[in-house]
Ligand binder design. Structure first.
Ligand code: FAD
Length: 463
């Protein structure tokens, strides 16, 4: 049987970053990527979920010098982000967090960025096998290797391969991760109860739309999010500017939610009185565009779908499952990185940066026989970011449209000007609402301090 030092499952940002670091540190490294077709890539590649926005300090979290990122990866440099509530709006021109990148952030060409990470991994000496899925992983805890447990990976080709260390980077669908970790969870207590509970299952849908130039100019340097427009936890539409005058207009919404489950349907801007069911993603987007631009433009002819993009005629649909993160079973020589470990934010779905960083750490530690430090080191690197996201996700969990309006008004009153955690952490006396929000945020941060945001800790694995 073929044998390697480090095997990596999944070739997204987490997997390729792990491969690059592992190979750079001298490990014989192989990465398996099932391979997904896209209109904007000639051959199969990773599943490049193209809704790519990066904030300034995320580049530091990725541990990149922003100057090394190739120019053709960046679509738009951003100056701001806008949050729009049913009857209020908020513009932020700073994230308020120290960062080396001089702008607010950027939108990027996800496929090119993913391909750049692949190139770096290959240049470092990693072998990348695109078009080969991993179908099974079995761990031999009692292996005779002096380095401890080994793993047998079964591939879609039917071949098998043995690896000393495995980095699981199969993304938030976790098709390999769940069974691999369940080797070490108590009977009847699958890790999927933590990583894929039904309430965390969302669908993301987006369309590439060609905008009239004068309209595109209104948001060519900003991300726009509409909160309190559609029902459901972390359910919101957005617009991200791309190249030319194309923007991605998308949304996330819960899977399985029914109109009957919505407490106050008439308060949601994008629901209509004669709706009998919740609208589909594409219907929501049409309604959003109609509401925002329908007065002056004919949406279908003036803002058409750019059909030569994305996965399916200018549209893309992805399942998402964002939760709190888990520790990895490092005692079994396994690290879980990126979306698979629950690092993608349940608050805003951002996760490219934490995927790159956790992948880098996992790859380096696997190559240097020090994987036992992984759980400690990823917390040191991304713990503050996870803490912020988890606390925010908790606060807004039950927000209804009015709450969004109130929160945006409060923050506008605060005239946030560059404090750490710009939305909430300044000591303003902007009224009772501000104090309530601030107190709620602090309470949650306190609850999740010292790594308490981890929902399945290392000690819970049974070896
Ligand atoms: C709609 C949407 C919008 C988003 N917007 C942003 C954003 O603006 N900014 C941001 O930072 N993040 C964003 N994210 C989150 C970001 O895309 C993820 O956090 C990030 O891709 C996670 O990286 P990953 O490497 O862990 O997983 P993925 O990128 O999901 O990569 C996993 C890879 O594993 C492969 N794979 C799966 N199973 C197997 C198998 N059995 N064998 C071999 N290969 C396998 C898949 O094909 C895939 O390529 C968004 C996500 C979505 C869905």
């Amino acid at each position: 049987m073929e044998r390697v030092d480090v095997a990596i499952v999944g070739g997204g940002p987490a997997g390729t970053s792990a491969a690059e670091r592992a190979a750079s540190h001298g490990a014989e490294t192989v990465l398996f990527e099932q391979g997904v077709p896209r209109e904007d890539r000639d051959a199969l590649g990773p599943d490049s979920t193209d809704a790519a926005g990066i904030l300034d300090y995320w580049i530091d979290i990725m541990d990149f010098d922003y100057r090394e990122i190739p120019d053709d990866v960046i679509h738009r440099e951003l100056e701001a982000t806008e949050f729009i509530g049913p009857s209020s709006a908020l513009e932020l021109t700073t994230t308020g967090i120290d960062a080396s990148y001089p702008k607010f952030g950027y939108t990027f060409h996800r496929t090119r960025m993913d391909d750049w990470l692949h190139e770096r991994a290959t240049d470092a000496g990693a072998e990348i096998r695109i078009g080969t899925s991993v179908t099974d992983l079995e761990t031999n805890l009692r292996a005779s290797s002096p380095k401890g447990p080994t793993h047998t990976l079964t591939l879609s080709s039917g071949d098998q391969l043995e690896a000393q260390y495995v980095v699981l980077a199969d993304g938030p669908q976790r098709r390999v991760t769940i069974d691999a970790l369940d080797q070490f969870t108590p009977p009847g207590r699958s890790i999927s109860n933590h990583l894929s509970p039904p309430e965390a299952n969302h669908i993301a849908y987006q369309e590439y739309r060609e905008f009239p130039p004068e309209l595109f100019e209104e948001f060519d340097d900003r991300l726009k999010f509409w909160w309190g427009y559609i029902p459901g936890e972390t359910a919101y539409p957005w617009v991200f500017p791309n190249d030319g005058t194309v923007a991605r207009v998308g949304l996330t919404m819960p899977i399985g939610m029914r109109l009957e489950d919505v407490d106050n349907p008439s308060s949601y801007v994008l629901l209509e009185p004669d709706d009998e069911t919740l609208p589909s993603g594409s219907e929501y987007i049409t309604r959003l565009l109609e509401r925002e631009y329908g007065d002056e433009y004919d949406v279908e002819t003036d803002i058409p779908i750019a059909e030569d993009r994305g996965k399916s005629k200018g549209t893309e649909t992805y399942p998402i499952s964002s939760t709190r993160p888990i520790d990895s079973p490092v005692g079994a020589n396994i690290a879980v990185a990126g979306g698979a470990m629950g690092a993608t934010s349940a608050f805003h779905e951002g996760g490219y940066h934490v995927a790159v960083r956790t992948g880098k750490i996992a790859g380096r530690l696997a190559a240097t026989d020090s994987l036992e430090h992984y759980n400690e080191l990823w917390k040191r690197a991304i713990g503050d970011e996870i803490l912020r996201n988890v606390a925010f996700a908790d606060i807004v969990e039950d927000y209804e449209p009015d709450d969004w309006d109130r929160a945006f008004d409060v923050v506008t009153d605060m005239q946030a000007d560059g404090a750490d955690d710009v939305l909430l952490s300044k000591r303003y006396s902007a009224g009772l609402d501000a104090m309530k929000i601030l107190a709620g945020y602090k309470k949650r941060k306190y609850r999740y301090r010292n790594g308490n945001y981890v929902q399945f800790v290392e000690d819970q694995y049974l070896y």
